[in-house]
Write a protein of this length. Structure first.
Length: 92
């Protein structure tokens, strides 16, 4: 019975190692995809137009919105022409 015990123990250890390795690779892939999905937005900061990651926006930045651009945060509408909002994601 000891050989059977050794085989089962080896299989359990191998399974645990493979599961851990797969979880590690999945976490790395998710982090990489999240980094690729980070949005950039055109901003006026200190009188200069820049493209910044949305997570770097601070109060006082002027966001330049063009057609089809997603609004990256709560913003105050300063000026512009026609605005339409698709609220389907908010209302379900």
């Amino acid at each position: 019975d000891y050989p059977d015990f050794g085989i089962i123990l080896a299989m359990l250890c191998a399974n645990g190692f493979l599961g851990f390795y797969e979880q590690l690779k999945a976490a790395e892939s998710l982090a990489e995809l999240t980094n690729k999905m980070e949005q950039k937005i055109a901003v006026l900061r200190d009188g200069k137009a820049e493209h910044l990651l949305t997570r770097l926006l601070v109060p006082g930045d002027v966001v330049l919105l063009l057609g089809g651009v997603q609004v990256p945060a709560d913003i105050e509408w300063l000026e512009g022409d026609i605005l339409s909002v698709d609220t389907a994601a908010l209302t379900g």
